[in-house]
Design a binder for this molecule. Structure first.
Ligand code: 5AD
Length: 350
């Protein structure tokens, strides 16, 4: 018990714990120490970013995917979903709509869809950047070659999100088909960072076969890699995937990990994810109250949203949608935060 408090204090003061200490932290939790870390995490977030919560306009522009990740609802092996791609014009309209609403970051997210060649994607990025020069463009389109990342960066993309999914190599193999590799994933992340993208990684909480030791590796990886952004959310099963019968990840563990990540990386950008909001009522607010400072409402057209089904019951309306922006702002106001569309670049490099 005493040891748990010492670990919490050490994490809050030094922003670091070794593997063994992290494992004790994760396995010796109590409601009191969880609450202590939550409060320290919020203080840390407020000290660096103030009361602002950054809004990102999410554009889910294709649900075609060449990969067959065992957890994901848009895996290529799922023949039950309706596949769609937005045209360049539709993507720009989403941008237009988002810009009017005050968004100054657009996140283009999609499956790994070969239709979006370097040329096509670069064109879309350049069009967005020339139409909205003061906006940041974030890409989240999976694994590509270093040359491809380079071209996208030159076309004007500012940021890139690529969750590492798990920092445990053996665990990675159990979540992915044999043609995907942990080494390539990590190589992609290193390339993105080297090229100059503000880079985001992250993982699912409670994915099948995840152990506390694997989570410790995730946390140590984050500390070593020093990403600009970290996306985490609970694993949620999808009925048309091999993982349909596995239990959901825990919301409580997810928010606890948000606090731990905020304390390990005080200046990181940390979203309260849609998966968390889908799992828990007021999940978004809870995430913010555990140290998160980003939310990503969806700007995609309704029929696109309906088919971008990474997991069952994925929220796409209400405050998850841009239409619910006023409501979202009010609910953040109620917990003492101010939503802002401003670019909100990461402070990691400062
Ligand atoms: N549950 C929760 N998160 C998921 N993702 C994909 N499938 C699921 C699922 N079933 C996450 C992955 C991916 C991100 C876009 O969504 O971490 O990187």
């Amino acid at each position: 018990m005493k040891k748990q408090w010492e670990l919490c204090e050490k994490l809050s003061e030094t922003h670091d714990l070794n593997e063994e200490e992290l494992l004790s932290l994760l396995t010796g939790r109590t409601p009191e120490t969880d609450e202590y870390l939550r409060e320290r995490a919020c203080e840390e977030c407020l000290a660096h970013y103030g009361d602002q919560v950054f809004l990102r306009g999410l554009i889910e522009f294709t649900n075609f995917c060449k990969n067959d990740c065992l957890y994901c609802g848009i895996r290529k092996g799922n023949s039950s979903i309706k596949r769609y791609r937005l045209t360049e014009g539709e993507i720009l309209s989403c941008g237009e709509y988002g810009y009017e609403l005050g968004f100054r970051t657009f996140v283009l997210q999609g499956g790994e869809d070969p239709y979006f060649s370097d040329d096509r994607l670069c064109r879309i990025v350049s069009s967005l950047k020339s139409r909205f020069p003061e906006c940041a463009v974030t890409l989240s389109v999976g694994e590509r070659t270093k040359e491809s990342y380079q071209k996208l960066f030159q076309a004007g993309a500012d940021r890139y999100l690529l969750r590492h999914e798990t920092a445990d190599c053996a665990h990675y193999r159990r979540l992915h088909p044999p043609e995907m590799s942990f080494e390539n994933r990590m190589e992609c992340l290193r390339n993105l960072r080297e090229i100059g993208f503000q880079t985001g990684c992250g993982f699912m909480v409670g994915s099948p076969f995840q152990t506390p030791e694997a989570l410790v590796k995730d946390l140590r990886f984050l500390k070593a890699f020093q990403p600009h952004m970290v996306g985490i959310g609970p694993f949620l099963p999808h009925k048309d995937t091999p993982f349909r019968d596995f239990p959901k990840g825990s919301g409580e563990l997810t928010v606890f990990l948000l606090s731990v990540i905020r304390l390990l990386l005080p200046r990181v950008l940390l979203p309260a994810t849609t998966a968390l909001a889908t799992l828990l009522p007021e999940g978004r607010e809870l995430g913010i109250l555990h140290g998160a400072n980003v939310v990503m409402p969806n700007l995609s057209p309704d029929d696109a949203k309906e088919n971008y089904t990474l997991y069952d019951h994925k929220l796409s309306s209400g405050q998850e949608a841009a239409q619910g922006l006023i409501e979202l702002k009010e609910s953040l106001q109620k917990i003492g935060r101010t939503a802002t569309g401003m670019r909100g670049d990461s402070l990691m490099d400062l």
